[in-house]
Design a protein around this ligand. Structure first.
Ligand code: AMP
Ligand code: GLY
Length: 414
């Protein structure tokens, strides 16, 4: 079978790496892939947002399954376009991708189906939003409705900050049309956690938990990033598990009642306080770097699972996990998540132990391997417990080098 994976990060590298292990998969194409995927797949030079070109490629090559990594093509309707041509593709259709494309859409859904979430109001212009501030206490959260590369959320500690945030979105239009609606939200406290669910025919199948680390510095200090380290599994109290289950059932009921036909991944971001989870956001794709620790722990055939998900035939028993713990630490370019330089030569990958997986987040290969992003490499290890996985990942991370390399030293130290 031939598979096309769309995207070029560590998430897509990990998905392709796992697909390659399937007995059914012969060839993998990546659009565009990176310096790491080149070793076992064929990187093709098509922009993940160029749906027409991707469609043409999949038709010509007779691709049996396309797997979409990033949200943009999903929100643009790539799944609908492939389905129209009878091509098999993993991910939600355009209508369902609105759960990531529009925060207002998600908040309305959560409210309608009594799913715990922060109190909110949405606004379409500056004046109404300013007048609406009075209904909230500080801190409050101002969110641009659309896709803003993870920068659309502003936590405001006083009125002047909230006014400034609203001015930036509505008047300066820093997010363009993605900020034409704004959600103002109550600030939630607690611990953040996310759960990725496979969704087959509107039924949720939660994957094992993975703990992301968003801040760039040790002890969760510094600015937020896309995620710079993860481990899995994470233990969950029975009380929390019970409350999460209730939320999954309500989401399923909501999807059915709205006559949505959800298929793919639903990534649920939670804020949890005293075992009571509230939904912060939905994403409609795999998490990065969550996927880098979930794929090595997955004991089932990914190709089969994705096909069953699409066919609406997935069962809980289909998804099996290894007992081992998996941990990844992400090697970053100095300066990330602010400005950083690219094109630094990467050395030391030949010194990495054989049982270590190095997924490439942002690299490119020419005469040698070079950095090509803020997040560069995910050094990933399996171990009998968290301590062993951590020690293996860090021992190997220290063998890799490039100019300006930086990584957190405390992933997996609780
Ligand atoms: P989102 O894209 O909505 O998940 O927001 C990005 C980040 O902003 C989250 O991961 C949280 O750290 C923070 N955040 C978003 N909404 C809230 C909220 N209502 N209360 C506290 N923090 C929030
Ligand atoms: N790691 C967070 C995300 O993928 O959105």
């Amino acid at each position: 079978m031939k598979v096309l994976v769309i995207g070029n990060g560590g998430r897509e590298h990990a998905l392709a790496w796992k697909l390659k292990k399937s007995k059914s998969v012969d060839e993998i194409y990546m659009a565009r892939g990176n310096g790491g995927t080149e070793n076992f797949a064929k990187n093709i030079d098509i922009d993940p947002k160029d749906i027409n070109e991707l469609l043409e490629f999949a038709e010509n090559k007779k691709i049996d399954l396309t797997v979409v990594g990033p949200e943009d093509p999903l929100c643009m309707g790539i799944v609908d376009a492939f389905n129209e041509k009878g091509l098999k593709i993993f991910g939600p259709n355009k209508e369902c991708a609105r759960f990531e494309k529009s925060k207002e859409f998600t908040k309305k859904f959560l409210e309608k189906y009594s799913i715990p979430t922060a109190k909110y109001k949405s606004f379409k212009n500056y004046e109404d939003a300013i007048n609406g501030l009075i209904e909230f206490n500080y801190p409050l959260v101002v969110k641009a409705d659309g896709l803003c590369l993870g920068k659309g959320v502003m936590i405001c500690h006083e009125e002047s900050e909230a006014e400034d945030a609203l001015k930036k979105i509505f008047k300066d239009k820093i997010f363009g049309d993605e900020g034409s609606t704004v959600v103002i939200e109550e600030f939630l406290t607690g611990e953040e956690a996310s759960v990725l669910c496979l969704v087959s025919n509107n039924k949720l199948f939660p994957l094992e938990r993975a703990k992301d680390h968003k801040q760039i510095y040790d002890n969760n200090k510094g600015p937020n990033t896309g995620g710079v380290g993860t481990y899995s599994p994470v233990s969950v109290s029975p009380e929390l598990e019970k409350n999460l289950e209730k939320i999954y059932r309500k989401i399923e009921d909501g999807l059915e009642s709205e006559k949505l036909n959800y298929s793919g991944i639903l990534f649920i971001g939670f804020m949890i306080e005293d075992d009571r989870p509230k939904v912060l956001e939905f994403n409609v794709r795999f998490g990065d770097p969550e996927t880098e620790v979930l794929m090595p722990r997955l004991d089932s055939d990914l190709f089969e699972i994705l096909n069953k998900t699409i066919d609406g035939k997935l069962k809980k028993e289909d998804i099996k996990w290894k007992e081992e713990t998996c941990l990844t630490v992400i090697l970053c370019s100095g300066g990330y998540p602010g400005s950083y330089e690219k094109d630094k030569e990467i050395c030391g990958l030949d010194k990495v132990d054989e049982d270590i997986m190095v997924f490439h987040n942002g690299t490119k290969k020419t005469d040698s391997l070079y950095t090509n992003g803020g997040r560069v490499l995910s050094v990933t290890a399996l171990g009998k417990d968290l301590k062993e996985a951590r020690e293996k990942a860090y021992a190997n991370a220290h063998r890799i080098n490039f100019d300006g390399i930086y990584f957190r030293k405390d992933i997996g130290i609780k």
